[in-house]
Ligand binder design. Structure first.
Ligand code: NRN
Length: 367
């Protein structure tokens, strides 16, 4: 019931999806569409899922992160007869198992013909373990920056065997979701895990892409002194001209009170940075994968690790300093809060809907 109540609230905040339901109900553009979905199983995703079903699709669904499922959203989908394999706090093995359940029905691959992916873990698994399905899959609509990067790398290597619609690259997705969604939901995740004062603090944002820019803009609004770290001179110059201090992480590590990575790269914050951080420094990540902060370095250095509260662990250093890691370095906005608000996901998911309708219309001949 709780999930259904929140879904009905979200429907009022997602007018684009609701208008698309009305516009296309008679046409049933997704009749015959059998979609495997791998994206954060949130209330907003539930509204997208029920839109797809309303317009004809059959779904099997998992989340694309072990911590991002909102269980009441997943329960509402299950109660509505939609096969969903997702819960908050999956192990890495359970995560793989959940994705496999969306590929297989009763133990063998079903006749799925489309994919909705976020980060392209589902695409990777289908290509690696179920290559026979590739003939019947018209293509994938990919939600996020990291997923698009991975798919482009697969395509460049000649390994991508079906078409991709990069939903992330739609202006009405990245210029709103990545900037304004990430800005608000990342602060939300940090505050739920720490209740820390942001005003007056030195807040280091690693990466000045769309997500980093949105986060920097919002954190400045909370009164923090924002420092940007970058490896690319062009976004670094943009950050300077947007009025932020810019430095390398080697320098920022000793200045920051809070750190959040938004680079999509790996090993952005590593041992030598932890060595020079202040006592009580708070470190987190809002990128898709948990590779941006070196958890293994932090674990190797720590004399003691203990949980302060949900999504907030203190790592004690030999010299007595304590460093706080939020959500185990996994995307803090969805692991420690509820991801982006409905209004901005409405824009992203309207694009997802249109992309899936295009894949359904073009069918397997799509170039
Ligand atoms: N509430 C949400 N539901 C949500 N917040 C952010 N995202 C969400 N997906 C479902 C995704 C954004 O679109 C995470 C993706 O990585 C990002 O592109």
């Amino acid at each position: 019931e709780f999930g259904r109540r929140e879904i009905s609230l979200a429907e009022n905040e997602m007018p684009a999806l609701m208008a698309l339901r009305d516009k296309y109900r008679d046409e049933q553009p997704l009749a015959g569409a059998k979609i495997m979905g791998c994206i954060h199983m949130t209330i907003q995703t539930a509204v997208l899922m029920e839109t797809l079903v309303d317009l004809g699709a059959e779904l099997r669904w998992s989340s694309c992160n072990i911590f991002s499922t909102q269980d009441h959203a997943a329960a509402a989908m299950a109660a509505n007869g939609i096969p969903v394999f997702a819960w908050k706090g999956e192990t890495d093995e359970e995560y793989e198992w959940c994705i496999e359940q969306t590929i297989c029905k009763d133990g063998s691959p079903w006749d799925a013909n489309m994919i909705l992916d976020d980060g392209s873990d589902l695409t990777s698994m289908v290509h690696a373990k179920f290559p026979d399905m590739l003939e019947t899959i018209h293509g994938v609509s990919e939600e996020t920056t990291t997923g698009v990067h991975r798919l482009r790398a697969m395509a460049d290597a000649g390994e991508l065997l079906y078409p991709v619609i990069a939903v992330n690259d739609a202006e009405t997705k990245w210029d709103f979701d990545n900037i304004h969604g990430t800005g608000q939901s990342t602060i939300d995740g940090i505050l739920r895990a720490t209740s820390v004062l942001l005003a007056g603090k030195n807040f280091v944002v690693a990466g000045y892409g769309h997500c980093g820019k949105g986060l920097a803009m919002r954190v400045r609004g909370m009164g923090a002194n924002v420092i940007i770290t970058e490896i690319d001179p062009i976004p670094a110059l943009k950050a300077i001209m947007d009025g932020f201090r810019v430095m390398k992480m080697d320098e920022a590590a000793s200045v920051g009170d809070l750190f959040c990575t938004a680079t999509g790269m790996k090993d952005v914050i590593v041992r030598r940075h932890f060595d020079s951080m202040k006592d009580g420094a708070i470190v987190c990540n809002t990128g898709h994968y948990d590779c941006e902060i070196s958890i293994s370095d932090l674990e190797d250095m720590a004399t003691e690790i203990f949980t302060i509260r949900d999504n907030n662990e203190a790592f004690s250093m030999p010299d007595g300093r304590r460093i706080h890691l939020l959500a185990r370095g996994r995307l803090v906005n969805l692991a420690s809060a509820e991801g982006h608000p409905s209004e901005v996901m409405d824009m992203s998911f309207a694009n997802q809907f249109l992309a899936l309708c295009r894949l359904a219309k073009e069918g397997s001949g799509y170039d």
